[in-house]
Design a protein around this ligand. Structure first.
Ligand SMILES: Nc1ncnc2c1ncn2[C@@H]1O[C@H](COP(=O)(O)OP(=O)(O)OP(=O)(O)O)[C@@H](O)[C@H]1O
Ligand SMILES: [Mg+2]
Length: 166
């Protein structure tokens, strides 16, 4: 919990860059909750993480499939969008426990919809639309692994040089 901070993302490229910087800060696995309303930029951020890990193909929103798996950089990344999840228990049927290995990267949009059936987060990120059209990003490390990730992440120019949120 030691890092609660945030910054301003003026455009889509800044959201992607923040995600790519997070990719570079991941030592092995991580569980990242992506909070924020419809259109806040969660999938854009996830695309940045994937690009940062070297994924060159498309990144589609897993709104209807719930989860999209990607093999990246010798690791597994699972991008979840739980917006349309009817009941959190359905996560047991998509095999959430198999995904939650220590070295897997889980990016989870709408984590509140899976409450009680998701692995605990290492890091929570919240995106909010600004009145000027950009986005505010806020983050919070939830445990020592999250702290380590954030410590590396904030040293990246994409984070270090962005306008901080007070
Ligand atoms: N920092 C930013 N400034 C302005 N627009 C942005 C920014 N980041 C992302 N966007 C734009 O916001 C729109 C919605 O983005 P995205 O699909 O990533 O949202 P989302 O949070 O995943 O939404 P949903 O909850 O529907 O899945 C896109 O058109 C994207 O280009
Ligand atoms: Mg999305």
């Amino acid at each position: 919990m030691s890092h609660a901070a945030g910054c301003v993302l003026p455009d889509e490229a800044a959201t992607e860059a923040l995600g790519a910087a997070l990719a570079h800060a991941l030592a092995s696995g991580a569980v990242v909750y992506l909070h924020g309303g419809l259109g806040a930029g969660k999938t854009t951020f996830a695309r940045g993480v994937l690009r940062g890990l070297g994924h060159r193909g498309a990144v589609k929103s897993p709104t209807y499939t719930l989860v999209e798996p990607y093999p990246v950089d010798g690791r597994a990344l699972y991008h979840f969008d739980l917006y349309r999840l009817g009941d959190p228990e359905e996560l047991e049927f998509v095999g959430i426990r198999d995904y939650a290995r220590a070295d897997a990267i889980l990016l989870i949009e709408w984590p509140g919809r899976g409450a009680g059936h998701l692995p605990a987060p290492d890091l929570e990120i919240r995106l909010d639309e600004r009145t000027d059209g950009g986005r505010d990003a806020r983050w919070n490390a939830c445990n020592p692994r999250g702290d380590e990730i954030v410590t590396r992440w904030v040293l990246d120019p994409a984070v270090r040089d962005c306008e901080p949120l007070l």
